[in-house]
Design a protein around this ligand. Sequence first.
Ligand code: 5AD
Ligand code: SF4
Ligand code: FES
Length: 347
Amino acid sequence: TDKKDILALIEKAETTHELTKDEIVALLIDTEYEAEFFAAADRVRRMYVGDEVHLRGLIEFSNTCKQNCLYCGLRRDNKKVNRYRLGPETILDFATKAKSYGYRTVVLQSGEDEWFDVAAMVDIIKKIKELGLAITLSVGEKPREVYQAYRDAGADRYLLRIETTDKALYEKLDPGMSWDNRVKCLQDIKELGFELGTGSLVGIPGQTIESLADDVLFFKSMDADMIGVGPFIPNPDTPLAKEAGGTFELSTKVMAMTRLLLPDINIPATTAMESLNPQGRVLALQRGANVVMPNVTEGEYRQLYLLYPGKICINDTPAHCRSCITGKIQGIGRKVAETHGFRVKRA
Ligand code: 5AD
Ligand code: SF4
Ligand code: FES
C-alpha cells in the first residue's frame, strides 16, 4: 500500500465506517500516518459521542477464579495469590460510596467464582439498582438462565471479552474453555437486552495483525455496545511470564480502529494502557475512547486483584482516583458526564 492509499483508507474509515479485512491490516501495519489515523478516530469520537467522558466505578469483588487462562494472574493454578471475596454488605457499601463520588454506574467484576450463587447476585443487583445506579456485570461465562436472572434483577450491561477471535489461539491460552461457548454467551447477553461489552487482548503470543483485524470485524458483526481493548502485560506468576507483551501503540491502534468502524459505541481508556504509559488514558481518550473505569475497591483488596504487574492505582484511595481522573479529563478540555451513559445509537 503506498502513502496516498493510506490517507485514502483513513478517509474511507472516517466517512463510511466500513473497511475490508485487508484495509484494516494495512492501517494497523502503517507507522507513517499514525497521527492522521488517531486524529480521524478522535474526530469520529467527537462527532458521535461528544466530549463527555463517562466514569464507571469498578468494584473488584472476588479475585477467586475457577479458570486457568495462561495470561492472567488470577488463574486458579497461581498459588501466590491471596484470594478474597467481599461480602454483600461490603459490595453494597462500596456501591454507595461510588454513588457519593458521583459515579452513575458501578461495574461488578470478579473471577469466575461459583461462591456467589445466583440468588446472592440477584439480591446484590437489586439493592444496587435501588441506589439509582446503572450496573455492569463482568463475572464471566454463565448459562443463559443465569444471565436472564441477572437481567431480570436489573443489571444493565455485561462485559465479556472474546479475548481473541482466533479460536485455536483462544483455546490454547484459555485451557478447558470453548470459544464457541464464549460466542454463545455473547449472543445470549445481547438477546437478553443487556448492553453488550466485549473486546480483546492485544499482543498475546501467537496473535497476528490479521487476527486483530478479525477482532474488530467481529465487534462490528456482534453490534457490541462497548469495546475494551488493552495490551497483554506478561505476569511473572503465569506460564506466559517470559513472553513479549503487547504495546501501548498497537493497543491504541486497535482501539482507534474500533472507534472508526463502530462510531457510536462506548470505548474505555483501559487501565492496562495506563499501566504501560503514564499518559495512557489521556492519550486513549484522544484516540477514540470516551469512558474511564476508576477503581472504587477499598483497602488491601486493590493490591490483590492483580491480573498483570504494574497495575495503576493499587495504592490509591477511591477518593484520590476520583479527583485524579477528573483533573486529567478536564486537563484535555473534556468534561465528566452526568448521565448514565448508555449507548445512543446513531446511524
Ligand atoms: N494483561 C492484560 N490484560 C489481562 N487480562 C487478564 N490478564 C491480563 C494480562 N496479563 C484481561 C483479560 C480479561 C480482563 C478482565 O483482564 O482480557 O478479560
Ligand atoms: Fe479467571 Fe478471567 Fe483471569 Fe481467565 S482472565 S483466569 S476467567 S479472572
Ligand atoms: Fe487512580 Fe489516577 S485514577 S491515581
